[in-house]
Design a protein around this ligand. Structure first.
Ligand SMILES: [Zn+2]
Length: 139
């Protein structure tokens, strides 16, 4: 049986007679500490534009759900705050990964022009890169 595990962790432990451990599942559907650090450095916080929730308060969302074959890999995980994580399926926001970098498409009610895929701009490193590029172009 598969369960949707995106942020929290479930580690199945099967006990036998006299409480002996018969089986211990591996929570490979949960992002580990190193993956979380890397995703946090890339995304900076919740990736939904206008949301100010920092990385330390965000959860990691599988862009392609585990149930549909999505890997628990940095190329398939993005930061979302609790609210956006719970509403991502119904809000109309679309997320995709392009060579390991998340892109967003706004819901039709927010972008009636048909929507366009845009890179996430919450990452401090991405903002710093954009500033460096802008400064280099102004020289
Ligand atoms: Zn958010």
């Amino acid at each position: 049986m598969k369960q949707k595990v995106c942020t929290g962790g479930i580690q199945p432990v099967v006990f036998g007679d006299e409480n002996a451990i018969c089986s211990l599942g591996v929570p490979d559907r949960c992002f580990n500490r190193e993956q979380r650090r890397a995703i946090s450095a890339r995304d900076g916080g919740c990736i939904i534009p206008g949301c100010q929730i920092p990385a330390s308060w965000s959860e990691i969302h599988h862009v392609i759900p585990d149930a549909f074959g999505g890997d628990t890999h940095t190329d398939n995980g993005v930061l979302l705050c609790w609210f956006h994580h719970r509403t991502i399926e119904t809000s109309g926001w679309k997320i995709r990964m392009l060579r390991g970098v998340p892109q967003l498409k706004a819901p039709p009610w927010l972008d009636p022009g048909g929507g366009k895929w845009r890179y996430v701009t919450t990452s401090r490193t991405r903002i710093a890169d954009a500033l460096d590029l802008r400064l280099a172009q102004s020289d």
